[in-house]
Design a protein around this ligand. Sequence first.
Ligand SMILES: Cc1ncc(COP(=O)(O)O)c(C=O)c1O
Length: 423
Amino acid sequence: VTSYDKFLSTTGQRLAESALRRMGTALAGREDLVSFAPGYPDPLMFPWEELRDIAGGLLARRDPRTLQYGPTRGFRRLRETALGLVERRGIAATLEQLVVTSGSQQGIDLIARVLLDPGDVVLVESPTFTGAVAAFRNARAEVVGIGLETDGIDLGGLDRAWQRASAEGKTVKFLYVIPNFQNPTGTLLSLHKRTALVDWATRRDVLIVEDDPYGFLYFVGAASEADTRPICADDPSGRTLYLNTVSKMLAPGFRVGWMLAPRPLADRFDTAKQSTDLSSGILDQLIVDEALRRGVADRLAPRLRERYQSKCRVMEQALARHLGATITWRPPAGGFFIWATLPEPWTDAALLRCAEQEGVIFVTGSAFHVDGQGQNTIRLSFATPPPADIDEGVRRLSRALRHTPRPSPQGRDSRSSVRPGSA
Ligand SMILES: Cc1ncc(COP(=O)(O)O)c(C=O)c1O
C-alpha cells in the first residue's frame, strides 16, 4: 500500500478533524438522540415558500448570468444590498470595502491567509469559536486566549497578553472577537468595552476582527438592538474588519456572507479568494439578494428572536427543574447557546460519555479553549431541537449526571473527546 504521509504539507499534517462531525456519523444510528451539540439554526424556521418562489422565478427567467461564473468580490446587487444592511447597523462603508464570502467562515479563512505569517500572534476570547481557531492555526499562528468577564473580554488581560507577546518579539496581528451572544458562551460585550477595544487597538496598533453572526438575535426584554451595535460602527480608525452572514438570518445552506475591510485589505482578500473558489455560488447569491430585497429576512427576524428566546426559556426551565442544584449558567440575552459550569470534580468529557449512553449530546467546554482549560464547562445549544426534545434532552442529561463516575479531584480527564464542528 502507498503511504501518503510524505506527500502531506505541514498544514496538511496538522489539520484537525472535527470530532463532532465524526461523532455525528457514529451516533446517526440512534434515532431518538437529542443533540444540543451543533449550533445549527432551527430548520422549522427556514422560509421555504418564499425561497421556492424566488428560486423558481430565477431559473424560469433563464438569464445566463444566473448560472454563469461571476465576479470574485460578489454579485454587485447583493453587495449593494449587503452594504445597505451594514449601514442600517450604523457602519459607514463604501461598496469597494465589501467582499462577498462563502459564509463568514471563508471570511475568517481569508483573513488568516492574507494577514498571518507562521509565529504571528492572534488574540481571541477564551473560550471562542473553534472554526476561527482552526483557521488561525492552519496559518500556523499562535492563538492566545484572553479571559471573558460577564460583560465580555477582560481588557486588563488583553493588554497583558499583548505586552507579553511583544516582549517576546512576536507580532500581534489582530484580536478576533464575537461581541454579540458569543459562541460558545452567549456573552454580550458591553458598549463601554466596545469603545475601549477600539482605543486599545489604536494604541497598540493591532486590527480587530469582529465576527457578528448572532447580533440580530437579541432576546426582547434582555437586550436591545442598541446593545448589539457593531464595534466597526464606532471605529473611526478603520482597524475593524467586520464579518456577517445569512446563515442565521436565512439559512446556512446558502454559504453566503460578506466581509467589510479597509479598501487596501479588501483588495487583498479579493485576490486570495480568486484562488480559493473564484466566486461564491452565484445562484445562492441571487436567491439571497432577492430574499433580502423582498424583506424576507426582515419579516423573519422578529419570529426568530421569539423562537430562540422561547426555546432558551424551555431549556432554562428544564435545567432549573432537573439540574438546578447541580450546574450553573448565566441566562443568555440572545443567540443559540447556554454555557454551563459543572460542579467539582465532574468533567465535560466524563459527562459526555455518560450522556451519549443516555441519548443526549453536547459539546465539551474544553474544546472551545485554546489552552486545554474549561473541563468543568459544557455548551448546550437550544437552537436546533424542538421544544419537547429540549425538555427530554435535559432529563437525560440529569440522568447522565447522576450516573457519571465522579473522578477524584486530581484525576480530571486530561483530554476532551469531542470537538465542535463548523458551528
Ligand atoms: C462565531 C461564528 N462565526 C462564524 C460561523 C460560521 O458561519 P458561516 O455559516 O457564515 O460560515 C459560526 C457558525 O456557527 C459562528 O458561530
